[in-house]
Ligand binder design. Structure first.
Ligand code: NAD
Length: 358
C-alpha cells in the first residue's frame, strides 16, 4: 500500500497543502489507489516544536515512504537563526538524505494564462518544456571549497566536479523523460571552457547510443539562456548540472507568468520522490486565503505519475486544473484582468478542482 508523507511547513504551506491533500484524497478514492498519508514536521514549524528544521523522525519516515509531498518553508520569524538552524536547511537536508539527485521542473503555459507572461504571447503560447537538473552534485557540493588568506588578499573558491556515474544517472532520467515526450533532448554545458562539462558532453553522447529515438543536441549555457527567452518553444527536454539548472529553471519558470502554477519533482534512483511547488512560503500573503494552490496540486499529479505509477489519476488532475482555468477562475497572482475572469481564494480554487474531478 503506497505511503505518502505530507510536509506542510510554513507560511502558505499549510493552506496550499490542505487543498492538495483534498485532491489527493479524492483521486485516491476515485482510482482506488490505496494510498495512506501521514503528516510530519519540517522547517520553522519543526524548529518551534523540536528545535530542529528536519527532525530525525521526519527524515526516517520520508526515506521509508513511497513519496513526499512538500509545501514550503521559511519566514521572518526564523530569519535571525544561524544558517544551519534555519527552516530552509530542512529542505536541503531532506533532499540530500533521500539522495534526490534529479530535479524535474516542467514549464507549461496554459493557453488561458498566455497574457500573464512577460514575453509576447506568440513567443510563449503552447510552451511545454521540461528542465532536468542534477540536484546534489556539481559546484554546490564540490570540495575543496572555502575562503582563505590574509584580510585584503583572501581567495574564495569552489570546485565543480561530476563523476561519470553521476552524469550517467541524470542523463538516463532525461533520456527517459524525452522518450515519454517529443523525443528531443538538449544537453546544456560550457564545454568550450570547463573540463567538467567536456566529460558531461561525452557521457551524454555515449548514452544517446542507447536511445536512438531521441534526438540529442548540445548547447552552451550562455546561448541556452538566450534561446530560452528568444524562442523557448524549440525545447522539449533540457538536461544540465546543478548550477546551470538552478538559473535556467528559474528563467523558464517566469516564461509561464506565475510561480504559483509550477510544480516540481526531485527523484532518486528508486524513483522515490519529493514533490513540491517551485515557490516559497510567501509570508506576505500567508493566512489570508490568497495563495494559489495549483502548483502544489499539480505536484500531486507529478507524484502519481513518477512515484506511484498512476498515470490515469495524474492525468485526471491535470485535466481538472485545465478545466478550472478554462472556466475563468483565477487566484490573484494569475489574474490578467481579462473579461470572464473570476478572482477566488485558495480554498475556493481547491474546491473547484475537486468539483472538476467529479
Ligand atoms: P516566495 O516564492 O515565497 O514569494 C515570492 C512572491 O511570490 C511573493 O510576492 C509571494 O506572495 C508570491 N507567491 C509565491 N507563491 C505564491 C502562491 N502560491 N500564490 C500566490 N502568490 C505566491 O519567495 P520569497 O518571498 O523570496 O521567500 C519567502 C520565504 O520562502 C523565505 O523565507 C524563503 O527562504 C522561503 N523559500 C522557501 C522555498 C521552499 O520552501 N522551497 C523556496 C523559496 C523560498
Amino acid at each position: 500500500m503506497p505511503n505518502i508523507i505530507l510536509l506542510s511547513g510554513d507560511g502558505i504551506g499549510p493552506e496550499i497543502m490542505a487543498e492538495a491533500g483534498r485532491v489527493l484524497n479524492r483521486v485516491n478514492e476515485q482510482h482506488a489507489l490505496g494510498i495512506s498519508t501521514e503528516q510530519c514536521l519540517i522547517g520553522g514549524a519543526a524548529i518551534d516544536a523540536t528545535g530542529e528544521p528536519l527532525p530525525d523522525e521526519t527524515l526516517t519516515k520520508s526515506k521509508d515512504a513511497d513519496a513526499v509531498l512538500f509545501g514550503a518553508v521559511g519566514g521572518p520569524k526564523w530569519d535571525s537563526l544561524p544558517m544551519h538552524k534555519r527552516p530552509e536547511k530542512g529542505l536541503l537536508k531532506i533532499r540530500a538524505g533521500m539522495d534526490l539527485f534529479a530535479n524535474l521542473r516542467p514549464a507549461l503555459l496554459y493557453p488561458e494564462l498566455a497574457s500573464a507572461s512577460t514575453l509576447r504571447e506568440e513567443v510563449v503560447s503552447g510552451l511545454d518544456l521540461l528542465i532536468v537538473r542534477e540536484l546534489i552534485g556539481g559546484i554546490y557540493f564540490g570540495e575543496p571549497r572555502g575562503i582563505e588568506g590574509e584580510p585584503g588578499q583572501r581567495v574564495g573558491y569552489n570546485t565543480d566536479r561530476y563523476s561519470e556515474p553521476e552524469i550517467e544517472r541524470i542523463g538516463r532520467i532525461a533520456f527517459d523523460a524525452a522518450m515519454a515526450r517529443d523525443k528531443k533532448l538538449c544537453s546544456v554545458d560550457k564545454a568550450n571552457v570547463l573540463e567538467v562539462t567536456v566529460l558531461w558532453r561525452e557521457v551524454m553522447e555515449r548514452l544517446s547510443q542507447e536511445y536512438p529515438d531521441v534526438e540529442l543536441w548540445h548547447m552552451y549555457v550562455d546561448n541556452a539562456a538566450m534561446q530560452l527567452v528568444r524562442a523557448p518553444k524549440q525545447f522539449d527536454v533540457m538536461v544540465t548540472g546543478n548550477l546551470f539548472g538552478d538559473i535556467l529553471s528559474d528563467a523558464a519558470a517566469m516564461l509561464t507568468g506565475s510561480i504559483g502554477m509550477l510544480p516540481s519533482a526531485s527523484l532518486n534512483s528508486q524513483k522515490q520522490g519529493l514533490y513540491e511547488p517551485c515557490h516559497g512560503s510567501a509570508p506576505d500573503i500567508a493566512g489570508q486565503d490568497l495563495a494559489n494552490p495549483l502548483a502544489t496540486i499539480l505536484s500531486v499529479s507529478m507524484m502519481l505519475l513518477h512515484s506511484l505509477n498512476a498515470p490515469k489519476a495524474a492525468q485526471a488532475i491535470e485535466d481538472a486544473v485545465k478545466s478550472v482555468l478554462a472556466s475563468g477562475l483565477r487566484t490573484k497572482d494569475i489574474a490578467t484582468g481579462a473579461s470572464g475572469e473570476q478572482i477566488v481564494g485558495c480554498r475556493a480554487m481547491g474546491e473547484a478542482v475537486l468539483k472538476a474531478l467529479t
